[in-house]
Ligand binder design. Sequence first.
Ligand code: GRF
Length: 203
Amino acid sequence: MGSGTGSNASALCQAATSGERTYTVELVLSTAPDAGICEVARVENVALEVVPAALKGEEFSNELCTLLEKYQIDVLVLAGFMRLLSPLVLACVRGHVVNIHPALLPEFGGKGMYGIHVHEAVISAGRTETGATVHVVTEKYDEGAVIMQTRVPVLDDDSATSLQQRVKEAEHRLYPEALDLYIRAHWPDHVGSASIADGPQVS
Ligand code: GRF
């Protein structure tokens, strides 16, 4: 689910049909009918549902839950989705909601830390390294357990935009891998065993 360009959704869809993945992509959800992620659904031949952005609060949550149940979704994967999710939505998929963030959480996360702002903050702080984090979603921004992280260098001549591009490329490699790890940990009988209980994995 997202409302952006959908490059991570695209990477997840493509990875799902190549190699030994643990998951299939059953549905793309968006809150913006003209967002790039909707085009990804069409190109990848995946069902698309648009939950109107105008829906707020309980109405939004109820609509989302109806769709998650209709498509029998086990894991809700966020990629470029900006709103906080209610306890109702989290419960609807038994807490199996994951997100990707374009920095090494817990640094450069939280309210207001999204999109280009994250990379501007990393450069302003003079960091020589940043990265991306896949984490479990809770009712707060960027606070759930880390599933997997990857590191990305910050180069001397980087702008926020060039850094964003390098981090995005790393995200596309990280997200399918992290999702596999998460699924193996939670459905060991289905796909073999793995554990995320030992803490975050950094690659
Ligand atoms: C990614 O950078 C992700 O980390 C953040 O939102 C962005 C979505 O980009 N949560 P895209 O729509 O997948 O290209």
